[in-house]
Structure formats: structure tokens, C-alpha cells
Design a protein around this ligand. Structure first.
Ligand code: FES
Length: 75
């Protein structure tokens, strides 16, 4: 399953905390929507230390989740 082929480009702010889906079941990918309950997964919770643009994995194949590592190019 994937949310989309390309990564999600997301602007984040310093001090912002986001929870990214690790289980792959979220209907609001790349974010956690609580669908992991009852599974062994917990979301990736990340606090950003600066304003930046991130690329969150959309294809669910990245080896560096929740971030894109270019795996979508190799599918
Ligand atoms: S919905 Fe997937 S980790 Fe929460």
C-alpha cells in the first residue's frame, strides 16, 4: 500500500511536533490518524529544530521513514 508515489513536500516550523504514520494504515498519510491501535506500530513523533522543508515518504517503501529516501524512483 502507498499513499502516493511521490513524497509529500511539507513546510515545518521550529518547535513543531508532528506524528507520522509507521503502520501504513492511516487514511491521512503521511500523518498518523490512530489506525495503528491494535497493531505493534507506534507513530514516528518528530520535533523539528528549525524551519525547513521536509519530504515525507508517500510510497511507504523508504528505508529512512518517515522521510523519503528516493525508493519511489526504484519501484
Ligand atoms: S495510523 Fe499508522 S502509526 Fe498511527
Amino acid at each position: 500500500m502507498s499513499w502516493q508515489k511521490e513524497p509529500f513536500e511539507i513546510e515545518v516550523k521550529k518547535g513543531e511536533i508532528k506524528a507520522f504514520c509507521a503502520c501504513g494504515k492511516s487514511e491521512n498519510g503521511p500523518y498518523c490518524d490512530g489506525s495503528h491501535q491494535g497493531t505493534e506500530y507506534t507513530p514516528y513523533v518528530i520535533e523539528f529544530d528549525k524551519d525547513q522543508t521536509i519530504y515525507a515518504c508517500g510510497c511507504q517503501q523508504s528505508g529512512n521513514r518517515p522521510f523519503c529516501d528516493g525508493s519511489h524512483e526504484r519501484r
